[in-house]
Structure formats: C-alpha cells, structure tokens
Design a protein around this ligand. Structure first.
Ligand SMILES: [Cu+2]
Length: 170
C-alpha cells in the first residue's frame, strides 16, 4: 500500500513540472496529423508564442517556420530561432552578441548550433529544415533567440515526443 502511494505522488509531481508542455502536446497532437512541420511566432514584446516544442522522432526532417508578428525591423528588435543543447545556450548567446547582426548574432560554423534561422524583422517569416536524427533521446534541448538580451525571455524546451503518447493522441 505504501509503495503504491509513493509511486502515485511521484507521477503527480512529474506532471506538475511541465504543465505547459503537456498542454502543448495535447493541442498539437489534436490539431496536426504530423509534427514534422513546426510553427512558432515571435513578437515586439520579446516573446515566443510557445514555451515548448514537441518533435516527432519518426520525422526524418523537421521544418520550422519562424514568423515575426511584430512591427520592429530586424536591426531594432529582430528575432531568430536557434536549437542547441540546453547546457550550451548561455555560451552560444554570449558568443552571438560578439558575432553581431551581420552574422545573425551567432558564431559562424559553431558545432553547438544544431539548427538556426536567420534574424527576421516585423512582418517577416523564415523556414529552415534540419535532420531529426541530430537529436539524441535523453539529452536536454532548448531553443532561444540569439538577438542580444533576448535569450533570457525568449527560450523554450524542445522535446522528442514519446512515440506511444503520440499514437494515442492521433
Ligand atoms: Cu529575439
């Protein structure tokens, strides 16, 4: 009896930790047959419209579209979308500041960048493709905006979706 209670409590705590991610999984699972094309928006308030993105491990190639729904031009308040290991985000964001706008606020050829869009301004959008096989199960991944000062606010988790859960949602 005691063991059962402990297991229930642990499961509840795990669910509470990522309420947004769980909600997003439910939404994307219901709305899309395939999660191979992801969409994310960024605005003039230095926000992405999602705090987490699910990647279907069955996609060989992931497409991501970033849309800047604000009005500010790229050199004033531009945004990009960069995917990296969570442990590399802070160092990459710092290196990006030194790189400058001409380099998209990212160090050129840096192996820590798994995928990155260009910097877009208000009203613009951009789409990139990357190989889903670049993501290793069990590793913690995040996305962030490398425009100077934005990564503190503009970041989220990237998770490889659980195949069994995706099957249920479909
Ligand atoms: Cu930004």
């Amino acid at each position: 009896m005691k063991n059962v209670n402990r297991a229930t409590r642990t499961a509840a705590a795990a669910t509470v930790r990522w309420p947004l991610a769980v909600a997003l999984l439910a939404l994307t699972g219901a709305a899309q047959a395939s999660n191979c094309h992801l969409n994310i928006e960024a605005n003039d308030l230095m926000q992405f419209n999602a705090r987490a993105l699910q990647i279907d491990p069955e996609c060989s190639e992931i497409q991501l579209t970033l849309k800047h729904v604000g009005k500010q031009p790229a050199h004033v308040l531009g945004h990009d979308w960069v995917l990296a290991r969570t442990s590399d985000v802070a160092a990459l964001a710092n290196a990006g500041i030194a790189a400058g706008l001409d380099k998209g606020y990212l160090p050129a050829g840096d192996h820590r960048i798994i995928a990155a869009t260009k910097v877009v301004g208000g009203g613009e959008e951009t789409t990139i493709s990357f190989n889903a096989a670049a993501l290793v199960p069990g590793v913690d991944y995040s996305y962030f905006c490398s425009y100077p000062g934005h990564s503190t606010f503009m970041r989220g988790r990237v998770m490889l979706a659980d195949k069994a859960k995706l099957a249920v949602n479909r």
